[in-house]
Design a protein around this ligand. Structure first.
Ligand code: ATP
Ligand code: FE2
Length: 331
C-alpha cells in the first residue's frame, strides 16, 4: 500500500509518499513568503495551485515510484484557511479520480499526532501541538482525540512571528528568537495567561512590544517571551497528563523544534516519571507525509471519503474524528 498525501491547510503546500510501514519515501513542500505580514488566504491558495503539480512530480521522483504505484490519495480536509484547503482538496480529488484509487480526507491535527506516535514509538501520548496557527493539548479518551486545552486567541507561532516582524527579524521568526534568547539573562515580567486548561498569547505580544519601546534589550525580551509562553504550555500539558493519567508526552508542530521548549517539557516529564517524544523536524512542521500516513491508518480501518463528502471543513475539530485504529492499539 502506497499513499500520496497532500497537505495544504495554511502557508505550506506539501506532498508526501508513505508506505504501509510508515516508510517515508518522499516528503517535499513549499511555503509562501510570510515576511510581509499575515498570510492572505487567496494568495496562499494561488501559491499552492502553482506548486502542487511540480511538488507531486518531485515527490514521485524522490520516492522512485510512478503514478501507477499510488494505491491511495489522502488530503488535509481541515482545519485551515478555506481557499488553501480547497486547492489541496481539488488536486486530491483529481488525482484519486484519474488514478481510480480511494480518497481519504484527513484531520490535520490528528495527522500531527499520528505521524509522531508512529515515528517515535510512543503508544498513547498526550500531544502538545504548538504551531503557527494552532496551540492545543490533545489526548485519546473514549474513542476520540480530545482537546484538553488550547489557545483562546492566536497560535503561539503566530505570536512569535508577529513579534519577530515588528522587531525586524526574518520570517519565520521562531528560530531567530530562539537564537537571540540564548543571549538573554534577565527575566522581565509579561502577563502569564493560563485560564483553566487554556492559554492566551496576545497580551504577551502587546506587553513584549511595549518592553521594546521602553528600551529593554531584544535578548531579554526574547528570553522572557520563551520562558513565559513555554511555562504556560508546560503547565497545561502537565495538568492534562495528570487528568488522563498518561505517561507519555509527544511534541508536534513547528514551535516544538525549539530546544528550550523541549528542555522544559522534558524536565516536567522526568519529574512525573513520564517520557517525552520528539519527532524529527520535517515531520513536526506541516507536511504531506503525516497526511499520507494518517490516510493509511484510516483506510485500514475501513474509512473512505467519497467525492460528495470531500468538501473541506475550515473549523474541523480534532474530537469530531472517530479513531477506530486506537481501540486495539493502546493499553
Ligand atoms: P499550522 O500547523 O497551525 O497550520 P503553521 O503551518 O504555521 O501552522 P508549522 O509549519 O507547524 O505551522 O510551524 C511554523 C511555526 O513554527 C512558525 O510560527 C515558526 O516561527 C515556528 N517555529 C519554527 N521553529 C521554531 C523555533 N525554533 N522556536 C520557536 N518557534 C519556531
Ligand atoms: Fe500544523
Amino acid at each position: 500500500m502506497i499513499c500520496l498525501g497532500i497537505e495544504g491547510t495554511a502557508h505550506t503546500i506539501g506532498v508526501g509518499i508513505v508506505d504501509q510501514d510508515c516508510e517515508v519515501l518522499a516528503n517535499v513542500s513549499k511555503m509562501i513568503d510570510g515576511s510581509k505580514g499575515g498570510i492572505h488566504p487567496r494568495e496562499a491558495a494561488n501559491h499552492h495551485a502553482e506548486n502542487i503539480l511540480p511538488l507531486t512530480q518531485q515527490a514521485l521522483g524522490k520516492a522512485g515510484v510512478s503514478y501507477r504505484d499510488i494505491d491511495l490519495v489522502a488530503f488535509s480536509q481541515g482545519p485551515g484557511l478555506g481557499p488553501c484547503l480547497r486547492t489541496a482538496a481539488t488536486a486530491a480529488r483529481a488525482l484519486s479520480l484519474s488514478l481510480g484509487v480511494d480518497l481519504v480526507g484527513v484531520n490535520h491535527c490528528v495527522a500531527h499526532l499520528e505521524i509522531g506516535r508512529k515515528v517515535t514509538g510512543c503508544r498513547d501520548p498526550t500531544l502538545l501541538y504548538a504551531s503557527g496557527g494552532n496551540t492545543q493539548v490533545i489526548a485519546y479518551s473514549g474513542g476520540r482525540y480530545r482537546v484538553f486545552g488550547e489557545t483562546l486567541d492566536v497560535g503561539i507561532g503566530n505570536m512569535i512571528d508577529k513579534f519577530g516582524r515588528a522587531s525586524g527579524l526574518p520570517f519565520p521568526a521562531g528560530p531567530h528568537i530562539e537564537r537571540i534568547a540564548r543571549g538573554g539573562s534577565t527575566l522581565v515580567e509579561l502577563p502569564y495567561s493560563v485560564k483553566g486548561m487554556d492559554v492566551a498569547f496576545s497580551g504577551i505580544l502587546t506587553a513584549a512590544l511595549q518592553l521594546r519601546r521602553n528600551g529593554i534589550p531584544l535578548e531579554d525580551v526574547c528570553y522572557s517571551i520563551q520562558e513565559y509562553c513555554f511555562a504556560m504550555l508546560v503547565e497545561v500539558t502537565e495538568r492534562a497528563m495528570a487528568h488522563v493519567e498518561k505517561e507519555e508526552v509527544l511534541l508536534g508542530g513547528g514551535v516544538v523544534q525549539n530546544k528550550r521548549l523541549q528542555e522544559m517539557v522534558g524536565t516536567m516529564a522526568r519529574e512525573r516519571g513520564a517520557e517525552m517524544f520528539v519527532p524529527p523536524g520535517p515531520l513536526c512542521v506541516d507536511n504531506g507525509a503525516m497526511i499520507a500516513w494518517t490516510g493509511i491508518l484510516m483506510h485500514g480501518a475501513g474509512i473512505r471519503t467519497p467525492i460528495e463528502d470531500s468538501v473541506v471543513v475550515q473549523r474541523f475539530r480534532t474530537d469530531e474524528v472517530d479513531i477506530p485504529w486506537m481501540r486495539s492499539s493502546p493499553a
